[in-house]
Design a protein around this ligand. Structure first.
Ligand SMILES: Cc1ncc(COP(=O)(O)O)c(C=O)c1O
Length: 366
């Protein structure tokens, strides 16, 4: 059965960069083939650049962003540790659940959905937590939080590790893990990096690695064991089998990262910023109301209030069936009252803005 081409303008996955698709189609190599190991090493180097880190332990975990979240917590949270989680949407809530399963004493710092993380409230929540966790780009609400400010506040308050979710920010908006004091970070491939879902770019610095759980509850995500698999010190020497690397996905990520770095990270961020701004202005020109204040909106993911009397699901269905345009619904209590429109990776372009605005305008009869 032929598969329809869709314009993936939801919260992810996005359409891949052509280079990512080419990477998938390359002849398959063995996962310990020296040629593949060179691709893996270069992928880790490229990931360091998009993370803004010099961390040796920067790698693509072989699973989706949620596995990145699991890996971050199971490797750093010891039973009984105090973990402060900034919660301003679904993914902050999920962090609380994951941390609790590691035996942490979780202190959620609740924020109104649609607002950014408040560093002062987060550091005031406990005098000496082991870990402070936050989401950089909350995909459930379209909010960007200031991780630089949070990192500064966390460092000033004590020696907690800062654990950050960059699933929807990496490759789309400014991200500087080292400058911002991020100790542990995880991301996903299917958003602004413009690759299919399936890998979790991950980074952990020496400070966090030294404090890690020696025998975490997850064998698969044990960073101590994974070191041998990606080549702990960089370089291909002494590589040992841990699991069969998803060779085609790594090759795809490798190519997409090459493309992003060739365009230039700052140019890629600017392209996302411009597309997001054009979309947001266009939505307001259609008389639609945006959910997030101007200062805290993500360019790559815009949340729009569904107008009164409009059937949210019916509009999404029409967009899909008539225009092959996918947009997302809201989540949680906003499931029926918000739309989420993503312009990520190759879709952060003016032609995508025009298409989604035109399709929405026609569907709404505006
Ligand atoms: C901010 C954030 N964190 C974590 C995840 C989980 O990633 P995945 O669905 O790839 O497992 C997502 C997915 O949308 C996300 O947006």
């Amino acid at each position: 059965m032929p598969i329809t081409h869709r314009h993936l303008f939801g919260p992810g996955p996005t359409n891949p960069y052509p280079e990512a698709t080419e990477g998938l189609a390359r002849p398959l190599l063995g996962h310990l083939d020296p040629e593949f190991l060179a691709v893996m090493d270069e992928t880790c180097d490229r990931l360091r650049q998009v993370w803004g880190t010099a961390n040796t332990r920067t790698l693509p975990l072989s699973a989706t962003g949620s596995a990145g979240m699991e890996a971050a917590f199971v490797n750093t949270v010891h039973p009984g540790d105090v973990v402060v989680v900034a919660v301003n949407g679904l993914f902050g809530q999920r962090m609380c659940d994951v941390a609790a399963r590691c035996g942490a004493e979780v202190i959620p710092v609740e924020h109104t959905w649609g607002t950014p993380v408040d560093p002062e409230r987060v550091v005031a929540a406990h005098p000496n937590p082991a870990v402070v966790a936050a989401v950089h780009a909350e995909t459930s609400t379209g909010v960007r939080s200031d991780i630089a400010a949070l990192g500064e506040a966390v460092r000033a308050a004590g020696d907690a590790l800062l654990l950050v979710d960059a699933v929807t920010s990496i490759g789309g908006i400014e991200l500087r893990a080292d400058d911002w004091g991020v100790d542990v970070g995880y991301a996903g491939t299917q958003k602004c990096l413009g690759v299919a879902p399936g890998l979790a770019p991950f980074t952990i610095n020496d400070r966090a690695f030294a404090r890690r759980v020696q025998r975490p509850q997850s064998w698969y995500l044990d960073l101590g064991l994974l070191g041998g698999y990606v080549g702990e010190a960089g370089g291909s020497g002494g590589r040992t089998y841990h699991h069969t690397a998803p060779v085609a996905m790594v090759s795809s990520l490798h190519r997409a990262l090459g493309r992003v770095l060739e365009e230039g990270l700052e140019n890629v961020w600017a392209r996302h910023a411009e597309a997001g701004q054009q979309l947001q202005q266009g939505l307001e020109a259609l008389g639609l109301e945006l959910f997030v204040d101007k200062d805290h909106r993500l360019p790559e993911l815009t949340t729009v209030r569904v107008p009164d009397g409009v059937d949210s699901a019916a509009v999404r269905r029409t967009l899909l069936e008539r225009y092959d345009v996918e947009i997302g619904a809201g989540v949680g209590e906003y499931a029926g009252s918000l739309w989420r429109i993503g312009l990520m990776g190759p879709n952060a372009r003016p032609d995508a803005v025009t298409l989604v605005l035109g399709a929405l305008a026609e569907t709404l009869g505006r």
